[in-house]
Design a protein around this ligand. Structure first.
Ligand SMILES: Cc1ncc(C[n+]2csc(CCOP(=O)(O)OP(=O)(O)O)c2C)c(N)n1
Ligand SMILES: [Mg+2]
Length: 281
C-alpha cells in the first residue's frame, strides 16, 4: 500500500513519461492522459489486487481493468510499466512501427496488461460486463474496473450496456467516467449535451458516486467506499471530475490538447512543471 505522497510522485512520473512518449513520435493524446494519470496510478498502485508477473491473460483470481477510452494509452502504458508488467525502457517504442505499444492498445502484440483492444469508443463497458459476469460464473470473487470518457458516453452501445448491467445485477463492476467536460471537437455540452449523468445512471439502476479525479486522497477514499458497495445487487459508476491536461498549466482548460503532441519547447516547459521522481525511462 503506497502513501498519498508516494502515489503523487508516481503520478508525476507517469505524466513525465506520457509527455515524453507523445513528444518523441509527435502523436498521441496528452490531455485526457494527464487528467487520468492520478486515477490510473491509484488503481494500479493501491486499489486493485493484480498480478503483473507472470501476466495471466485470463485474469482469474485478480481484479481487472479495461481502458475503454483507448486513446489514453500513453498514461496506461506508463502505469503498466511502472507497476511491473514490462520494462520501462519499452516506453521508448510507443507508437513506433512494429512496436507492442501501439497508439491504441491491441492484443495482437501480446503486451502484458492489455486484455482487449480499445480505441473504438463505446465498447469497453460491454467488455467489462462480460468479464465481470465470467468472474461470477467462475465464483471468482474479484472486481472489474473500466474507464470511459465523457464524450464516449455519446456512443449508443454504452447505454445498452448500462441497461443490461443493472437488469442482470452485475454488481462486481466499478465503471469510472472521466468527466473532464471536453472531447475532441470541443466542450461535451456543446457537441452533445449529456444532461444530468447522475440522474441518468440512477434511473438506469446504478449506484452512483462522484469524486475529484485529481485529488489522490479523495480517489483513495472514494474507491474504498465504491469497493465496499460491490456485491450488493447493483453496478457502480463513479463520475470522476478531472481537468484535461492536469499538471501542465498551458494544457489545462481547453480541448486543444486532446490529441496534439507538444513540440520541443512545450515539452521542456511541461517537464519543468513535473519534477523527476522515479527517473525517466
Ligand atoms: C467509435 C469512435 N468514434 C469516434 C472516435 C474518435 N474519437 C477519438 S477520441 C474522441 C473524443 C472522445 O471524447 P472523450 O471520451 O471525452 O475523451 P477526451 O477527449 O476527454 O480524452 C473521439 C470522438 C473513436 N475513437 N471511436
Ligand atoms: Mg472528455
Amino acid at each position: 500500500m503506497n502513501s498519498v505522497s508516494e502515489l503523487k510522485d508516481i503520478a508525476t512520473q507517469v505524466r513525465r513519461d506520457l509527455l515524453r512518449m507523445i513528444h518523441a513520435v509527435n502523436s498521441g493524446h496528452p490531455g485526457g492522459s494527464l487528467g487520468c494519470a492520478d486515477f490510473m496510478t491509484c488503481l494500479y498502485f493501491s486499489i486493485m489486487e493484480h498480478h503483473p508477473q507472470p501476466f495471466n491473460m485470463d485474469g482469474t483470481g485478480e481484479d481487472l481493468f479495461f481502458l475503454s477510452n483507448g486513446h489514453l494509452s500513453a498514461a496506461w502504458y506508463s502505469v503498466l510499466a511502472r507497476s511491473g508488467y514490462f520494462d520501462v525502457s519499452e516506453l521508448a517504442t510507443f507508437r513506433k512501427l512494429g512496436a507492442r505499444l501501439q497508439g491504441h492498445p491491441t492484443t495482437a502484440e501480446h503486451i502484458p496488461g492489455v486484455r482487449v483492444a480499445s480505441g473504438s469508443l463505446g465498447q469497453g463497458m460491454s467488455v467489462a460486463i462480460g468479464a465481470a459476469k465470467a468472474k461470477k460464473l467462475n465464483s471468482d470473487d474479484h472486481i472489474v474496473y473500466s474507464l470511459h470518457g465523457d464524450g464516449e458516453l455519446e456512443e449508443g452501445q454504452i447505454w445498452e450496456a448500462v441497461m443490461y448491467a443493472s437488469a442482470k445485477k452485475v454488481d462486481n463492476l466499478i465503471s469510472v467516467v472521466d468527466c473532464n467536460g471536453k472531447q475532441i471537437d470541443g466542450p461535451v455540452d456543446e457537441v452533445l449535451y449529456l444532461g444530468d449523468l447522475k440522474a441518468k445512471f440512477t434511473a438506469f439502476g446504478w449506484k452512483v458516486f462522484e469524486m475529484n479525479g485529481n485529488d489522490i486522497a479523495e480517489i483513495l477514499d472514494m474507491m474504498k467506499i465504491a469497493k465496499a458497495n460491490t456485491f450488493n445487487g447493483m453496478p457502480i459508476v463513479i463520475l470522476m471530475k478531472t481537468e484535461m491536461g492536469y499538471g501542465v498549466d498551458f494544457m489545462m482548460g481547453s480541448h486543444k490538447w486532446h490529441g496534439v503532441a507538444p513540440n520541443d519547447e512545450q515539452l521542456a516547459n511541461a517537464l519543468a512543471q513535473l519534477p523527476l521522481t522515479l527517473g525517466d525511462y
